[in-house]
Design a protein around this ligand. Structure first.
Ligand SMILES: [Zn+2]
Length: 127
């Protein structure tokens, strides 16, 4: 017998295309997952995106009507943040191109799923 859900089951879509890529190697992610948290109205998109890089593990990010600010390394989809060590430094999250835009540029209406804004800041640029 199936377990009975006493709350609304999360609306997860699996193995779906997502703009999310591995923030370390820029590779495509496997086992991608999108959880809809809102988005019932046309003008609100509220989603969690997650996926696994075969080499670098799980990553996830949150979209609330705007492209994500940061991509997080997590222990499993929708799990807790995990620590990565890159070039001897502790890293928990990766700021996106969107995060680095000036405030005026971030006030414009953009497609929150436009992959251009999901790219992470190149680590070389961070010094
Ligand atoms: Zn990777």
């Amino acid at each position: 017998m199936e377990p009975v859900e006493t709350h609304n089951p999360p609306r997860d879509r699996v193995r779906v295309p997502t703009p999310l890529r591995c923030p370390i190697c820029d590779g495509e992610l496997e086992e991608t997952l999108i959880r809809d948290l809102g988005g019932v109205t046309a003008d609100l998109i509220w989603q969690l995106h997650a996926g696994r890089c075969p080499e670098h593990g799980w990553f996830q990010t949150e979209v609330i009507s705007r492209p994500p600010w940061e991509i997080f390394a997590v222990n499993k989809p929708f799990g807790v943040a995990r620590r990565l060590v890159i070039d001897g430094q502790d890293v928990y999250s990766f700021p996106t191109v969107w995060n680095d835009l000036p405030p005026a540029a971030r006030r414009q209406r953009v497609d929150p799923l436009d992959p251009r804004y999901w790219r992470v800041r190149r680590r070389a640029d961070a010094g």
